[in-house]
Write a protein that binds this ligand. Structure first.
Ligand code: ATP
Length: 620
């Protein structure tokens, strides 16, 4: 991990300094502010995963804070639970509520998601203020039992030390989690959901997980407030609290350190302005606007930019290993290929319509292992739709697909990717804010043996798996001559290299079958020549390829087998030479008076479809 020693040295120094504050002062107000900074950091540390990493903006997390606060209140004051057990249960219950609000979040995005979370916050607010019998509304629940050790309840100092210890623990755990496989997957879901699915990341699972993590930390924060005050009432739970939490993470910025910066600055500001509530709300609004406008990456991003500019030595830069052996795809070793003439992928009678347009019309497709297959056809012939069907992005209305002996119609894209079907996209879908190396590491996601808890705790196994993934990602980059770009931001690469990076990411999934959607689009002639060699090398290492291309030179140079689509129907297939001389193919590309009579365009409402010949020079 980057700058490990330096990080822990700083962490120890800061922790010791903060821990000394309660010894140096007995001023209750100052200690209370310190305690609140810690509580707000705890709430924001999980919300950071949801908002900044996964891109899900929530305006209802006061509701989850309430779940934690009322859980400890009811469990200890009403039902006599041990305060530690109640504290732990508060986090668990809030986590479960996180699943509840995650479910609508899987269907809606952006402003609609914000509305759903606001709705949740309002419902909780109403319940705790109106359901007097249980939650006692504004009057509140007294007698909440605080935490303590050996029968001694925590005093103000102990609370500060306890919250400090929790903050340090959460910081270390989130740093492990977010620097590894899970952090990359959250960011991937945020940047390009379809691409994340295509490399084996379940968007569904990671969105739910992010909600659960954020709910857990907000629940813990609520429990801390209720137990420290020994009291909770409905006035604590309001929309402003949700805004405050969101503001901390947006203002803090997209980094493990963001919530800390946000919590320190905004809690101090909150304490300073608490005497003037009107100015307080105005200031929050102004800060939010300022943060979004001037610091799109928050305070952490701003500090990072300053450090890069004025003190680059402070920025940790991972030292990458040199002289790694050439890459060999692990998953192919020892895997039996389908025997003899058996197809690796066998699609039959595939049909998909969009209204009157039928881009896939009763198509049969057989992909033989170890061969390069090309899928060609005029613009709008249905090539990308067919690729989307094969990779699970589009579900066909009819037809069957067997991949490697298993039926994959209706199976999620991420599961199909894990079975060994990798792909690239016609319009690049890189994780453009991540480094080149991290893009490839996301490709390796399903092959990194590090579960949630071992990643969170940074156990040896997870860290070794991370290092192995880094080395393998470098080997793949080396194979595609991108090794020297490993630490650059993917979105900053020239277009041709971005295309190559997408190919590297797809290779990292250890595909048995690789689908390439117009891999030469936008490449110059030299890059296209290099791509021909790359595809041949991919085939030589045992990966079967199906590619869509308009560049006929490339198709003819690399293909063992060519399939031609027109108006959603397969009109020809065979060797490049056979297809090249097929009159139906020539007619489809150049147009022919006999077209109508040939029945080539019988599929769907062909007349409605835009049917253009291939671009100049792309004749068969
Ligand atoms: N989600 C969709 N909704 C409606 N129509 C769609 C959708 N996806 C594809 N189509 C239509 O299906 C037809 C085939 O599109 P597709 O992208 O599969 O063709 P293509 O052969 O890959 O074209 P190109 O070579 O231009 O990329 C087009 O008419 C397109 O507008």
């Amino acid at each position: 991990m980057k700058g490990e020693l330096k990080h822990y040295s700083w962490l120890i120094v800061i922790t010791v300094l903060v821990a000394c504050v309660p010894l140096a002062t007995s001023n209750d107000f100052h200690l209370r502010v310190l305690f609140l900074i810690g509580v707000n950091y705890i709430a924001a540390s999980g919300l950071n995963v949801l908002v900044n990493y996964t891109g899900q903006k929530s305006l209802g997390h006061a509701g989850l804070f309430a779940v934690g606060a009322y859980a400890v209140a009811l469990l200890t004051a009403r039902w006599g639970w041990n305060p530690w057990a109640a504290f732990a249960m508060a986090g668990v219950l809030a986590g479960l509520f996180g699943v509840v609000i995650a479910l609508p979040a899987l269907r809606v995005k952006g402003p609609a998601l914000a509305m759903v979370t606001i709705g949740f916050g309002i419902v909780v607010e109403k319940i705790v203020s109106e359901w007097q019998d249980v939650f006692a509304g504004q009057q509140g629940i007294y007698g909440v039992i605080p935490l303590g050790i050996g029968g001694q309840m925590f005093g103000t100092r102990h609370w500060v030390w306890f919250v400090l210890a929790l903050c340090v623990l959460l910081h270390v755990m989130f740093r492990y989690l977010l620097d590894g496989r899970f952090g990359r997957a959250f960011l991937a879901v945020n940047t390009a959901e379809v691409a994340a699915e295509s490399v084996g990341v379940s968007v569904y699972r990671f969105k739910v997980l992010a909600f659960v993590i954020s709910a857990f930390t907000c629940g813990i924060a609520g429990a801390l407030i209720a137990q420290q005050n020994q009291y909770i009432n409905s006035d604590f739970i309001n929309f402003n609290l949700s805004i405050f939490f969101l503001l901390i993470v947006l203002f803090g910025g997209n980094s493990v350190y963001g919530p800390l910066l946000g919590a320190v600055v905004l809690t101090l500001l909150d304490s300073l302005l608490s005497r003037w509530p009107d100015v307080q709300h105005f200031t929050y609004g102004a800060l939010l606007l300022f943060a979004l406008y001037a610091m799109p990456n928050g305070l952490a991003g701003f500090v990072r930019r300053l450090a890069r500019r004025f003190a680059p030595g402070l920025m940790p830069q991972e030292v990458l290993p040199q002289d790694l052996p050439p890459w060999q795809p692990r998953s192919l070793a020892g895997q039996a290929s389908p025997a003899g003439g058996e197809a690796l992928l066998d699609g039959r009678g595939l049909y998909k319509a969009y209204g009157g347009v039928v881009p896939t019309n009763e198509v049969d497709i057989r992909i033989r292992p170890g061969h390069v297959h090309s899928l060609i056809g005029p613009n709008g012939a249905g090539k990308t739709t067919l690729l989307n069907i094969l990779s699970g992005i589009v579900v066909p209305e009819r037809g069957t697909i067997r991949f490697d002996g298993r039926d994959i119609v209706g199976v999620s894209t991420n599961r199909i990717a894990r079975m060994g079907l990798g792909r690239t996209f016609q319009n690049l879908r890189l994780f453009s804010d991540m480094s080149v190396l991290d893009n490839v590491k996301v490709g390796l996601h399903a092959h990194i043996d590090a579960g949630f808890f071992s990643s969170l705790l940074g156990v040896g196994k997870a860290r070794r798996a991370e290092l192995a993934a880094r080395d393998e990602a470098l080997q793949i980059l080396d194979r595609l001559h991108l090794r020297d770009k490993a630490q650059e931001i993917a979105g900053n690469l020239p277009y041709g290299l971005q295309r190559r990076l997408e190919l590297a990411r797809a290779l990292a999934t250890h595909p048995r079958l690789l689908l390439l959607d117009e891999p030469a689009a936008g490449l110059n002639p030299q890059e296209t020549q290099e791509l021909i060699q790359v595809i041949a090398r991919i085939r030589d290492i045992g990966i079967t390829v199906l590619l869509i291309e308009h560049h006929m030179d490339l198709v003819m140079a690399v293909s063992d087998h060519v399939i031609v689509l027109d108006y959603g129907q397969k009109i020809a297939e065979g060797t490049p030479a056979e297809v090249q001389n097929n009159p139906r193919v020539i007619a489809a590309y150049l147009g022919s008076e006999d077209e109508e009579d040939d029945g080539v365009n019988d599929g769907g409402d062909g007349d409605d479809q835009q049917h253009q010949g291939a671009a100049g020079g792309q004749h068969v």
